[in-house]
Design a protein around this ligand. Structure first.
Ligand code: 4AD
Ligand code: MG
Length: 429
């Protein structure tokens, strides 16, 4: 047996393929079957004169998504899907499929989401999952090649990291409440003090109460954290990282991007250096574009679109008002009102894909912040220890995987970028 993706190495040979029926059409004495096997699509020609009457009959009656096996001869055929065709000599059904719910006609999104377990078999979903995987590989390769150690934080945690409004709470035996992690960052900081350069990569959870195209309640985040880095080092790392991811996908996933009709010229532009502007400069851009925006507010999605539309590559917006950012961010020594934070906004209106910062490394200041934010100090004692025993400047960021996949695929909604999305109104299938 061979895989459809390897047909090109078997021209002129007799091969066996196993897969599922994607589509079929017939014209008298010939049946054209499109088989998919998860690695590609191929047209199979069942010619009445070449097979037994039983096989011809079977080919005629196959329902969509029937699993079957064929043996036949591989021919080059420029016009066929994938560039090759197979002349069938024999065909056996593995398991029948009748009335497959997803048909070539248009289905509504809710219907497709209810059938997500089957929808994943379609060409478009196939392409997205393959691109997601290539992005994950690029993420791992990037950090592994640069001496980062993978560091796995806990998912069950006693406290909030990114504000208390989006916590998933659960009872934890006799210890009271526990929460699903919103970010592995605080643990990554302990990791950076032990291993210098670390990254976490795993699922994170936010009880997002709004229904938007950009929010999942369960999403994957990769978070590098580096000892002795300041905000500039952090931005240099983010920029090199994004260029690496995008260029890896362009190199290895051209076919998938084509299926998605992605305008790849926009992705070709994702090369260093990226523009760096301060929050204050970003606010000036909004004002120039007629937006009524007050300095000190956080940007909404439409604001991010206007800002990112000024540039042809991702833009790094740094030094936000500390009041709209997390408790752990270091203040700008030149202006205490500002946090040494950076958000990276993707082009083409895709908005924030990275959030990061230099961390507060002074014990007294961090204690003050924990108080201001009304956080339960006892759960942060271990985190404060990192400032008690040889504290050093350090910085890191978090990249949202699904937001990155959405942008690189050029699609509208995060829900198609993860096998089984979790959102406010959906926790099935
Ligand atoms: O900006 P955020 O909240 O930053 C952090 O969690 C930091 N602790 C990261 C760090 O410095 N180590 O989230 C980081 C990224 C966002 O830019 C976005 O891409 C993604 O995570 N993200 C979400 N993706 C999907 N659904 C959601 N509900 C998301 N919330 C954040
Ligand atoms: Mg953020």
């Amino acid at each position: 047996m061979i895989l459809i993706k390897d047909l090109k190495h078997h021209e002129g040979e007799s091969v066996t393929l196993k897969g599922w029926l994607y589509n079929k059409r017939s014209s008298g004495k010939v049946k054209f079957l499109i088989m998919r096997d998860g690695t590609g699509l191929v047209q199979l020609i069942v010619f009445k004169g070449n097979v037994t009457p039983e096989v011809f009959e079977t080919a005629d009656s196959l329902g969509r998504e029937t699993s079957f096996e064929i043996t036949g001869n591989v021919k080059k055929e420029e016009r066929a899907i994938g560039g090759y065709e197979v002349d069938v000599a024999d065909l056996k059904v593995i398991s029948e499929s009748h009335d497959y719910p997803i048909t070539p006609k248009e289905h509504g999104t809710e219907f497709l989401m209810d059938h997500r377990h089957l929808w994943l078999r379609s060409k478009r979903q196939w392409a997205i999952m393959r691109i997601r995987h290539r992005i994950v590989k690029a993420i791992r390769d990037f950090f592994d090649e640069r001496d980062f150690t993978l560091f796995d934080p806990p998912i069950i945690t006693p406290n909030a990291v990114e504000g208390t409004s989006t916590l998933f709470e659960t009872e934890y035996f006799d210890l009271g409440s526990a929460y699903l992690t919103q970010s592995g960052q605080l643990y990554a900081e302990a990791g950076a003090m032990a291993l210098n350069k670390v990254y976490t990569f795993g699922p994170t959870f936010r009880a997002e109460k709004s229904k938007t195209r950009r929010h999942l309640t369960e999403f994957w985040m990769v978070e590098p954290e580096v000892a002795f880095y300041d905000l500039n080092d952090d931005m240099d790392l983010a920029e090199e990282f994004l260029e690496y991811i995008v260029q890896s996908v362009l190199k290895d996933r051209a076919e998938e991007l084509k299926i998605l009709e992605r305008d790849t010229s926009k992705l070709e532009l994702v090369k260093r250096p990226f523009p760096r502007i301060s929050y204050t400069e970003a606010v000036e851009i909004l004002h120039k574009n007629g937006v009524d925006f007050e300095w000190g507010e956080d940007f909404g999605a439409p604001d991010e679109t206007i800002i990112s539309n000024q540039f042809d590559r991702p833009v790094m917006v740094h030094r936000y008002p500390a009041a709209v950012k997390a408790f752990y961010m270091k203040r700008d020594p030149e202006n205490e009102k500002l946090a040494l934070a950076v958000d990276v906004l993707a082009p083409e209106g895709y908005g924030e894909i990275i959030g990061g910062s230099q961390r507060e490394d002074e014990l007294d200041k961090l204690l003050e912040r924990i108080k201001e934010h009304n956080l339960p100090k006892q759960y942060f004692e271990w985190y404060l220890d990192l400032r008690r025993y040889g504290s050093v400047p350090h910085a890191g960021f978090g990249l949202g995987l699904e937001r990155t996949v959405t942008w690189i695929c050029g699609i509208d909604h995060l829900r198609e970028t993860i096998p089984f999305p979790r959102m406010i109104y959906r926790n099935t299938p």
